[in-house]
Design a protein around this ligand. Structure first.
Ligand code: GN1
Ligand code: MG
Length: 358
């Protein structure tokens, strides 16, 4: 089966080895190695991305914009198959695409120091900033309402209504937590309803492993572009806060290891603001710290909802996995809230000096 796909992309299967790659929860990713040039082969999860051709369409538009406006930027777009298509469909109705593996690049799963956080935040900010004159509305919503907190909350309420009694009992404390932090939803609704934040081209998945680094820890570019679509700055800033500040991620079961690293917060502010500082509106800056609360809260709700729905969305490895992830995210949220005052001071300081990571 994989051989057929490689052939469709013009690669001779006998010259390559294929191995699982990375740690994404949605798409299935493989590294194809051999013959001088390596590739990333990915099967799109069509339960999540129901119209994979829209992803391909968005990337084509972006690629031609980068080619004409920033030809030196390393835009990692899919490669065409022998028939000129960016997606190869199998007999089973699965969709695969192939990317070049950027030579000398590497990805990391955990942030090891400030420089890495700074470089990643800078790359995500740079990406949106380079596209500031590109009309974001040309892009299709590859996942409608992806970061719509109101919708996530409604989905959570529906899940509560339909959940099995035992799931509801097991998750009683977390269900309560959702309501404890209800003001985050209210603030979000206010922000959105009053049209206070501009629509920009947003990556929507700013985890550290979506950045390519060189061997000197310099950020090269952003990858995993399926959710690049119109959106709001808070998705990218907030998901960096969610995934960079703590030394452990959402998989950690020992919550005492969840911590807020203020120096990393500072590095994220400086890195993102390096380019975006010039174009963010006053309202966006005002809601910079709020972004973290919003995205941590949303992710906690998403994991909890999936637990209540009997794990239909996220891949799980053990019973109760999604509930542990939700608990983890609520722990992170409470620690984030405890640091809010300090963040305000740091953010003000970062804006005064956003050019280096030191
Ligand atoms: C999913 O597949 P991955 O790990 O890149 C999810 C993100 C979540 C993340 C939580 C399309 O991303 O929104 O933040 O899991 N992507 C989608 O780990 O739902
Ligand atoms: Mg991803």
């Amino acid at each position: 089966m994989l051989n057929k796909i490689l052939v469709a992309f013009g690669l001779k299967p006998s010259q390559y080895t294929v191995q699982p790659f990375g740690s994404g929860l949605i798409n299935y990713t493989l590294k194809v190695s051999g013959n001088g040039q390596d590739y990333i082969l990915q099967r799109i999860n069509v339960n999540v991305f129901k119209a994979p051709d829209q992803i391909a369409g968005n990337l084509t538009l972006l690629q031609s914009y980068f080619n004409s406006t920033y030809p030196d930027y390393n835009f990692v777009a899919p490669l065409p198959s022998l028939t000129g298509d960016y997606l190869v469909k199998t007999d089973k109705g699965e969709y695969y695409r192939l990317f070049p593996f950027v030579k000398g690049s590497r990805t990391v799963d955990f942030i090891s120091d400030n420089k890495e956080a700074f470089e990643a935040a800078r790359q995500f900010g740079k990406f949106t900033c380079m596209l500031k004159d590109f009309d974001a509305n040309q892009l299709k919503y590859t996942l409608t309402d992806f970061h719509n907190l109101k919708l996530r909350f409604d989905q959570f309420k529906t899940a509560c209504q339909n959940a099995r009694e035992e799931n509801l009992m097991e998750a009683a404390q977390e269900v309560k937590e959702v309501y404890n932090h209800y003001t985050i939803l209210q603030q979000y609704n206010q922000l959105i309803t009053n049209n206070q934040v501009p629509v920009r081209v947003i990556h929507h998945d700013t985890k550290i492993n979506n950045i390519l680094f060189d061997d000197k820890q310099n950020g090269l570019c952003v990858i995993d572009l399926d959710t690049v679509m119109p959106g709001y700055f808070f998705s990218d800033v907030g998901d960096m806060m969610r995934t960079y500040l703590s030394p452990v991620n959402e998989e950690e079961q020992d919550f005492s290891k969840i911590q807020i690293r203020e120096d990393i917060f500072m590095a994220v502010c400086k890195g993102y603001m390096a380019d975006m500082g010039k174009i963010l509106t006053e309202t966006e800056k005002q809601y910079f710290i709020f972004s973290g609360k919003l995205m941590i809260y949303m992710q906690a709700i998403r994991f909890l909802t999936d637990f209540l729905n009997n794990d239909i969305y996220y891949e799980t490895k053990y019973p109760g996995h999604n509930l542990v992830r939700a608990k983890n995210q609520f722990d992170l949220l409470n620690k984030y809230l405890n640091s809010e005052k300090q963040f305000e001071l740091l953010f003000a300081k970062a804006q005064g000096n956003s050019l280096t990571h030191n």
